[in-house]
Design a protein around this ligand. Sequence first.
Ligand code: AMP
Length: 293
Amino acid sequence: MIILRTPQELRRWREALPTETARSVGFVPTMGALHPGHASLLRTSRSAHSTSVLSIFVNPTQFGPNEDLAAYPRTWDADLEIARAEDVAAVFAPQPGDFYPPDFSTHVAEELVSSPLCGPFRPGHFRGVATVVLKLLNLVQPSHAYFGLKDLQQYLVLQKMVRDLAVPVTLVGCPTLREPDGLAMSSRNRYLSPEEREKAPLLYRELQQIARSLRDGETQAPNPRGLEALTTAARGRLSQQGFSVQYLEVRELPHLAAPDLATPLPEGRTFAVAAAAYLGKTRLIDNLIFGPN
Ligand code: AMP
């Protein structure tokens, strides 16, 4: 496993790959602090490609001024162990100054899918994500790149970017890995106090409840008002348990439009119920994708 520190090193390594290998490269971009969710992306890549590239880069441009950039967990040695165990061929781990030279001045802004949900709460976040991922894709030139559906909006924004800008790569969305009690695995879970950790799975339980209600046609009228009543009640229960909820909403894929739900759920369409909430100082996000069946 080779460790590449600069865009130039990565480019040289990529250019030296034999033609056969170069055609099928899997790429998993991360910010490190790897957990089994990240390992599952690496495993999916490994099952499809003889060469997988992992990037570890805590991208400063996707953090807001009051977010946890400085405190973001860094677990380099453990990350490398996971990468080795998953047969990663190359780890790209640049310093911010090498990735973003002082005169860096070009950004990518997707403006539809990035608007709702996290959009208003994290201004500039998806612009930072789209820009870093496009640059990483240009450097690694993978045939396939693997993303977690835990960050559903991020995945959909990147899918839109790839389609809009004709980026020659296939993005693959991979299922969310969860703790046995349902909490979505996240590098940020380590910030939770024992009491917060105990409450954290309630978020996913509320999402499950809403998806179940809509799928079973349980609400009297799953029209916009019936839906609003469902989500308002869920937000209320979470607040009572100490969550500070930013949003908990049902949206339709792939553009995250507000749905006009009919009873029963329309065939051939896919929805997601998505939420972001603080528990103490830790921001949790989660979602559940569902359709009529
Ligand atoms: P991160 O470094 O946490 O921003 O995430 C890097 C990649 O791992 C992203 O594509 C995430 O969506 C994905 N990821 C994070 N947590 C999970 C999880 N619990 N299950 C599956 N994928 C995940």
